[in-house]
Design a protein around this ligand. Structure first.
Ligand SMILES: Nc1ncnc2c1ncn2[C@@H]1O[C@H](COP(=O)(O)OP(=O)(O)OP(=O)(O)O)[C@@H](O)[C@H]1O
Length: 598
């Protein structure tokens, strides 16, 4: 399972096995050309690993990995040629330069998303290519240091380079493995699968993306520095060229995205193929490497779109399932037993917990939230109702920081929320769920909830503990929590999302149509959970269209229409208010309103 250290020892064993086998094969290979190819496989695998760390884990597709590769290569080369600094120091210098460039590039570029991010990343290596040409570094050769070759990383035995490159790759694999199994990787994966949900669950997506950029640029710069040592001559196209960035991306896509074995598999299969064809047929078909990578990407998209690693894994899992005995009956589909419910209004409520004062927000000419003032009392269940398009979800988005109020004030426990990012709002104790469930589909239910727990958990073990506790609170257990989130029935998804919000131990929960899409029995189960959570001290603000349920559940209503608050107060009186009936409930409700709790 991701997110815990389970199985980490086995993975380290596999890495050691791979490294040992690779080294053993390198001793068996006598031809220095093939030894060079074995070195290049490791260098390109490291570069592809750097792409995987940024793009595979976080989902931000980068076409510009050559920037860091080239800077690492040129920093080492210039340090060597102009200052006589050994590559043993030059490569670390290149790594520092690469990381600094990663930070400088990340700051403006993280504002962009999707295709815009990918394309703008493409611009950086192209610009650097011309800058280095303009600076006069068209072709730089490393001088031979015959008096002290080892001190300048110059070895007559090619196998020493293989061992060094293998060391570099193994370090990158271990760093990636550790990231995949800890909050680093889990946070990036959550951002990749649903950035808004991750932010609402307390994940600072910008910070994790920046960390990923720094680690990724360090790996790419190390690969670039080492590449320059091995090939001895560098040119701007060989370090910053399109083929370099494309290679990083294609090797990973081919081998498997989002897992550290992917780049290794991709490099082992494709690099020897491309290099051998280049050596044999390069004089007849110039640029044959590009053809190999082009064909590889078409084949992989058609036959195994997630890459070889995932394709093999899925096939093995299917075979295991087919051979396994019939699965045990699933754990009972439980929620909390419907405990006796204190009638709305019977409970003693605290003072104001959330206060909105003259809050407004427009989309162009449309006032989606218009001068709304309302107070939510501590310990209450506060219903937000209104017709479709009344501005209810927008109001939640303004409260939790997805949207910034244009005017007005939102105070939570007396502190101002306007201007805070969603993860900060979450950290203050304000959790939320969504109208359409925002799950992290490739994670298990437990992992989904762990993402919510990270905000206050110091360690991964504590996050697991808090997540299990939250799942227990919503009544999910056994097989239900190890299941993958994609494909879960609506009720379990709703409960999982509720647990994810609860894992941060909030004082106030914003629930956006949590009852939508549920049958009668399921609806009662979820209502029981909401009441239980409220009894445990969590204040609830809930948007809901099911009026019968809301009247029984809520202590107070606020009614929105066209962005404005048209009524507020105890449910029994609000549903009799002629303005509410006209705007929302309609005549049919008017007839029933004589006995609203029937
Ligand atoms: N990002 C946006 N850009 C432009 N208009 C928007 C945006 N989001 C919402 N709106 C508009 O703002 C108004 C309020 O929308 P909102 O989703 O908050 O309503 P709602 O009360 O939650 O409705 P529903 O009950 O159907 O979910 C609607 O007219 C909607 O079309």
């Amino acid at each position: 399972m991701r997110g815990t250290r389970e199985g980490i020892g086995r993975e380290i064993g596999l890495i050691a096995l791979f490294a040992g086998a690779y080294l053993a094969i390198s001793f068996a290979v006598q031809d220095s050309y093939y030894q060079l190819i074995m070195t290049l496989v490791l260098v390109w695998a490291t570069l592809a690993m750097s792409w995987n760390f940024l793009s595979g884990y976080s989902g931000m597709i980068s076409f510009g990995q050559a920037s860091f590769f080239g800077l690492g290569g040129y920093a080492m080369t210039i340090a060597f040629v102009d200052f006589g600094i050994t590559p043993w120091l030059g490569i670390p210098i290149g790594i520092v330069v690469g990381v600094l460039a990663g930070i400088i590039i990340g700051i403006p570029t993280f504002r962009l998303r999707g295709h815009y991010f990918a394309l703008s990343m493409l611009a950086y290596p192209l610009a650097m290519l011309y800058v280095f040409e303009w600076l006069g570094y068209q072709e730089v050769s490393l001088p031979m240091m015959r008096e002290a070759p080892a001190a300048f990383m110059q070895f007559s035995d090619q196998r020493v380079y293989i061992a060094l490159a293998l060391g570099m790759l193994v370090i990158c694999m271990l760093v990636s493995l550790l990231a995949e199994r800890t909050r680093f990787g889990m946070s990036l994966l959550a951002v990749k699968q649903n950035e808004l949900a991750a932010e609402a669950a307390g994940i600072d997506s910008w910070r994790w993306k920046m960390y990923a950029m720094m680690v990724s640029s360090a790996m790419a710069a190390a690969a670039g520095g080492f590449y320059a040592v091995v090939v001895l001559v560098v040119t701007p196209p060989s370090l910053f060229g399109m083929l370099v960035s494309a290679q990083a991306l294609i090797l990973t896509l081919f081998g498997g995205v989002g897992v550290y074995w992917g780049p290794v598999i991709g490099a082992i299969v494709l690099v020897p193929l491309a290099e051998t064809l280049h050596a044999e047929l390069g004089h007849i078909v110039p640029g044959i490497q590009g053809v190999v990578y082009g064909v590889a990407i078409i084949v992989i998209i058609l036959s195994a779109p997630d890459g070889i690693y995932w394709s093999i894994r899925d096939r093995l899992a299917r075979r295991r399932r087919a051979g396994a005995p019939a699965e045990a009956a699933p754990a009972p589909d439980v929620a909390f037993p419907a405990a006796p419910v204190p009638a709305a209004g019977d409970r003693t409520l605290g003072g104001p917990l959330l206060e909105l004062e003259n809050v407004s927000l427009s989309f162009g000419g449309l006032k989606a939230v218009d001068n709304v003032t309302l107070t939510v009392r501590e310990g209450s269940i506060h219903g937000i109702i209104g017709p479709n398009g009344a501005g209810k979800t927008t109001l939640f988005n303004v409260i939790n920081g997805f949207l910034k109020a244009e005017s007005g004030s939102i105070r939570f426990e007396g502190g101002e929320l306007v201007g805070l990012k969603p993860h900060k709002v979450c950290a203050l104790g304000l959790g939320r769920t969504f109208q359409v469930v925002r799950a992290f589909p490739r994670m298990s239910v437990l992992e989904n909830v762990m993402v919510g727990a990270y905000v206050h958990a110091a360690t991964d073990a504590e996050a697991v503990h808090r997540a299990r506790e939250a799942l227990q609170r919503v009544g999910l257990s056994g097989d239900q929590i190890t299941a993958t989130a994609s494909g879960l029935p609506t009720k379990q998804l709703r409960l999982m999302e509720l647990a994810r919000a609860l894992a941060a131990r909030p004082r106030l929960l914003l629930l956006d149509e949590t009852l939508a899409g549920l049958g009668h029995a399921e609806l009662d189960d979820i209502l029981a959970v909401i009441r239980q959570v409220n009894r445990e001290g969590v204040t609830v603000v809930i948007i809901e269209h099911t009026m019968q349920a809301m009247v029984k559940l809520a202590d107070a209503f606020s009614v929105l229409d066209h962005g404005s608050l048209i009524a507020g107060g105890a449910p029994a009186s609000v549903v009799k208010d002629p303005r509410v009936i006209e705007a929302y409930l309609g005549r049919k409700w008017m007839d029933r309103a004589q006995d609203p709790v029937a």
